[in-house]
Design a protein around this ligand. Structure first.
Ligand SMILES: [Zn+2]
Length: 142
């Protein structure tokens, strides 16, 4: 590949030994066969467009993920932690098909009890902790 590219920069391939000395490149056809390179050997090669843009795909299609109602950690990323609303397509950037799937699976997870339907009001988010359920103790004066 590299050799082909370099040959392009140098112009047509040649069999002169001076060229080999000058460019430091040994043309494979001239070195091995010691004959003139065939025309087809030096023609531009067919290659994929290196500047072609990547096909636009949503994150779930790209990673080949099918949303599932048991995968709550995935689904919870598409739900606002403050309002509990499912984010729209303009926020999630999903394709129409995957967005519909995600919404369906979120509803399924909520009805199965894996995801919360009722959320805490924003006003009460910063409430101080009243007690530690893991380490209960009664207040004492010492
Ligand atoms: Zn998609």
């Amino acid at each position: 590949m590299l050799r082909l590219l370099m040959r392009r920069y140098l112009g047509p391939a040649c069999i002169h030994t001076s060229c080999v000395r000058q460019h430091g490149i040994r043309h494979s056809s001239s070195a091995e066969n010691n004959t003139l390179p065939s025309i087809s050997d030096d023609m531009p090669i067919e290659m994929k467009n290196p500047f072609e843009k990547e096909k636009q795909q949503c994150i779930l299609c790209k990673m080949q993920i099918t949303p599932d109602f048991k995968n709550v950690k995935l689904l919870s990323q598409f739900v606002s932690p403050y309002t509990g609303q499912i984010y729209g397509r303009h926020i999630t950037g999903l394709c129409r098909h995957k967005q519909q799937q995600v919404e369906k699976e979120i509803r399924k997870a909520q009805s199965a009890g894996f995801m919360a339907i009722a959320l805490k009001e924003l006003v009460f988010m910063r409430d101080p902790k009243l007690f530690d359920p893991d380490r209960p103790f009664r207040p004492h004066k010492y």
